[in-house]
Design a protein around this ligand. Structure first.
Ligand code: ADP
Ligand code: MG
Length: 234
């Protein structure tokens, strides 16, 4: 799946999402309100389970607001010339810790010949974390998350691969639609955010998936070969 939206389309998207978020935030708020009412009438034991639900729903509302803000803020993207591999190396401990808690593992295969790219480091970290977390959430214990980089003639590719549930044909069409989620605690904004970050870097994102086998997201960043300086030794 290749998704390339121009600026006008993206603005419309954010506008549509502003309407969507009202709806999405109302759901957890209605749940919180309902359970608070019940808590007034119930025994301390029952209150405990209601408390759990109230907290989870509040967290969900909070995540939606956070993800939405990251997506809607059309800040000027500050880019530095950096190595994608360095960003991945910096993030690896975070991903490992997360995977460990789930009984999963993380493998990293970096291409040492990568050229430096103009990247907004904060955004690229967010991109990798979102794709990585989705991968982990799709896998059970013993699942393996693989991060790989590769240089081609005119692109740098980043692959995030999991051995998880895979994605059905029907769901694949909705992946980048804001608020599409199959998770109880999901916001459905993670991949929308990824797409907008990739676009701000003039890149593309594609997904390949097989149900019951796993999924690979491939992000491609274009790069131009730098003029090589020759040093003449006399
Ligand atoms: P969220 O993670 O909050 O649900 P995302 O936008 O990150 O929202 O993902 C949207 C949906 O796409 C997920 O709910 C899930 O159904 C599907 N998805 C995304 N990544 C994967 C993956 N690696 N494996 C299986 N399904 C995935
Ligand atoms: Mg997600």
């Amino acid at each position: 799946m290749r998704s390339e939206l121009d600026n006008v389309e993206r603005l419309t998207l954010v506008g549509q999402m502003a309407a969507g978020i009202t709806h999405e935030i109302r759901n957890p708020m209605a749940v919180v309100r309902g359970f608070l009412q019940l808590m007034r009438e119930k025994s301390p034991d029952e209150m405990n389970s209601y408390y759990q639900i109230v907290m989870e729903e509040l967290d969900r509302a909070n995540s939606i607001i956070n993800d939405f803000l990251s997506l809607a803020q059309s800040r000027i993207s500050v880019k530095e010339k950096v190595l994608l591999d360095h960003i991945i190396e910096e993030l690896s401990p975070l991903l490992w810790a997360d995977a460990n808690l789930r009984g999963q593992s993380v493998e990293v295969h970096l291409d040492p010949s990568l050229p430096r790219l103009h990247l907004n480091v904060r955004e690229i970290k967010q991109l990798i974390l979102n794709l990585g977390r989705n991968g982990m959430e799709a896998m059970g214990a013993k699942g393996v998350l693989t991060l790989e980089t590769r240089r081609t003639l005119d692109k740098v590719e980043l692959m995030v691969r999991d051995t998880g549930s895979g994605i059905s044909e029907v769901q694949r069409k909705k992946l980048f639609v804001p608020f599409f989620t199959t998770k109880n605690q999901g916001t459905g904004l993670g991949l929308s955010l990824c797409l907008s970050i990739v676009e701000r870097h003039n890149g593309t994102i594609i997904v390949e998936s097989e149900e019951g086998v796993g999924t690979t997201f491939t992000v491609s960043f274009p790069y131009e070969e730098e003029a090589v300086e020759f040093i003449v030794v006399e």
